[in-house]
Design a protein around this ligand. Structure first.
Ligand SMILES: [Zn+2]
Length: 269
């Protein structure tokens, strides 16, 4: 599943190729992904891409008073082709610029999303999102204020989108490991210092992911290119019964709200 660093990487990769370009046509090849691919997607035709940004794991393409929102779902890939390049299986949507670039959304599992909305009337799911993890707003004090009243496990609190967006299962596990905090601890038992450490670890792991993505950028421009969802160097995620890279102890796996959580019980307290 594309995580926040992948979406950020896509955003950075496609921006220089598309910002300032006028859309010639939109080609819809599937009736629906997570939701129907509405005919109003054609509203961006003859308009110019003013900006491309990321909010949580959403890509937002601004065309003055309307925005196009794309979410990659479980398996979505965005790549830039030339408009005459062969259409491959699951190429559900093409956004073609006047200079012949073709931004294609390929999504085998069809959990992705592409929709248009007026800038002054964003959908509710965008309004209710928490802070960005890489923003200054997300700091130790912020996390401590959230944690101090919550009995829920810290990992659960970290993955709750209304608290902070885009910290998926992998990054939650890795950040908690780096901060030496057990994922099963009740959030309210965390000290201010631990919250600061955890916030720093979240930012550090996400930044490392974005860095890793930078090396695969060229793949976005290969017509048949794979997306380059990068395999990051992971310390604990998916490594049950392997040795902890810090203390040599055994990594364990425990389900927390239905999600596999990997950690070292010896050095995460
Ligand atoms: Zn350990």
């Amino acid at each position: 599943m594309p995580e926040l660093p992948e979406v950020e990487t896509v955003c950075r990769a496609i921006s220089p190729r598309l910002i300032g370009k006028k859309i010639k046509s939109v080609v819809i090849r599937a009736e629906k992904l997570r939701r129907p691919l509405d005919k109003n997607l054609h509203e961006i035709e003859a308009r110019t891409v003013k900006n491309i940004s990321r909010r949580a794991k959403y890509l937002i393409f601004n065309f003055d008073e309307i925005n196009l929102l794309i979410h990659l779902g479980m398996s979505g890939i965005l790549r830039i082709c030339r408009e005459n390049d062969e259409i491959i299986r699951h190429d559900h949507l093409s956004i073609i610029t006047e200079d012949g670039a073709d931004l294609r959304l390929n999504d085998p599992r069809r959990f992705g999303l592409a929709m248009i909305y007026p800038v002054n009337n964003p959908p509710e799911f965008l309004i209710n999102l928490g802070v960005e993890p890489l923003s200054e707003e997300f700091d130790g004090k912020y996390l401590f204020e959230i944690c101090k009243t919550k009995s829920a496990k810290i990992k659960q609190v970290l993955m709750e989108q209304k608290n902070v967006v885009g910290v998926g299962n992998i990054y939650a596990c890795e950040a908690l490991f780096q901060a030496e905090i057990s994922p099963v601890r009740s959030a309210k038992t965390l000290t201010k210092t631990e919250c600061e450490k955890l916030v720093a670890a979240v930012k550090d792991r996400l930044e490392a992911g974005i860095q890793a993505g930078g090396t695969t950028l060229r793949d976005f421009f290969h017509p048949d290119g794979k997306p380059g969802y990068f395999s990051q160097k992971l310390a604990v995620y998916g490594k049950v019964a392997e040795k902890c890279p810090r203390c040599g102890g055994k990594i364990e796996n425990e389900k927390i709200s239905g999600r596999s959580s990997f950690f070292c019980p010896k050095c995460q307290k």
